[in-house]
Design a protein around this ligand. Sequence first.
Ligand SMILES: [Fe+2]
Length: 430
Amino acid sequence: MGAQRNGGPNYETIFTMEATPLKYGPGASEEAGWELKRMGVKRVMLVSDPGVVKANITGRIQEQIEAEGIEVEVWDRSRVEPTADSFQAAADFAVEGNFDGFVAVGGGSSIDTAKVSDLIATHGGEIIEYVNPPVGGGKKPPGPLKPLLAIPTTSGTGAEATTVAILDIPDQKVKTGISHAYMRPHRGIVDPLLTMTMPSEVTSSCGLDVVCHAAESYLTKPYNERPKAENPDDRPPYQGANPIADMWSAKALEYGGKYLRRAVENGEDVEARGAMMLGASLAGIGFGSAGVHIPHACAYPIAGLKHVYEPPGYPQDHPFVPHGWSVIVTAPAAFRFTYDAMPERHREVAELLSGEKIEDHDENTLPEILIQLMKDVGTPKGVRELGYSEDDIDDLVDGAMKQQRLLVGAPKDVTEEDLANIIRESMENW
Ligand SMILES: [Fe+2]
């Protein structure tokens, strides 16, 4: 198994597996109050966004929590793509509110907003101090945060299972994040009935994000080919491929290949919705341990550099590139590039996604399977359709190079020229 190759005496020998305890199933969100009571909280900040409020999901969950005798204050101003300012506004509310617990009801942005609100309410300080270097100060939270219950209403980010919160820094034209094990929600409730009203474009983007989380984490550099951490505190959340993360990612790949087309085609297909939602959590646990790399590193500048794309199916309040689409567009070229570093594992990913045995394979096998899936679920053709041309490649490469935290996870070294080639090949995937 690729993940068990040993890199030598100066290489890591240890990995950890941490996961959010999850409750899954149609109707599971009705038990939110019961879960919070068990977590010992009395007064919670419920973080949500206007779309989820409008769908009457937030209100229903609020009532269920209040029925357990827990006080609830709702913050419903999470943005689809959070910025430092939108995080700050929520964090101010959290500090003033004197809460002893947090609940997030929404997509990844609401869950991330809750993570950051919890961080600042628990430990104080400025948000930028905690943001990953070189953009921010890279400060580590000094201790655990207050309890956070995450209830996703989209099936994509896996934010209920991960240790990161992603934000846009508009003045630096960059997207980055805060990542630390303490940022992981304490519990998650995954209820497929909450995604039933999600438009097909959102299902497509979220589902392809899941597929990329799983594929990238399966195809990342194994933990024991990475430099040994000086001490446990220095071991990064993204540790590299390992046998336990592989299991979670493999299952998510299987679900993505089997159910995403169905969930996009018919939003009321509960089985497909459920599998994609569960897949998002499975992949979240897998990539939360192993990490993602080139497609996600390229996605940050693709989403952050220009804001001209007006995505169909999303709220039309501001142009932006949906996260899953910003990631998937460079995935075929990225995996064509990484193929020779671990050909067998690329074959395994191709088999898991296609559900078929693959005997003969080369660098195009996995990219072709991904491109077929992209076509079937109505993805933009490539980077150009999202508003970029060849003239932007240098800037996109600069932005991706800033994501060294992710790029170190690629199974082979990635130069600026390699990234430029990947982005150029990704202008049109077909
Ligand atoms: Fe992602």
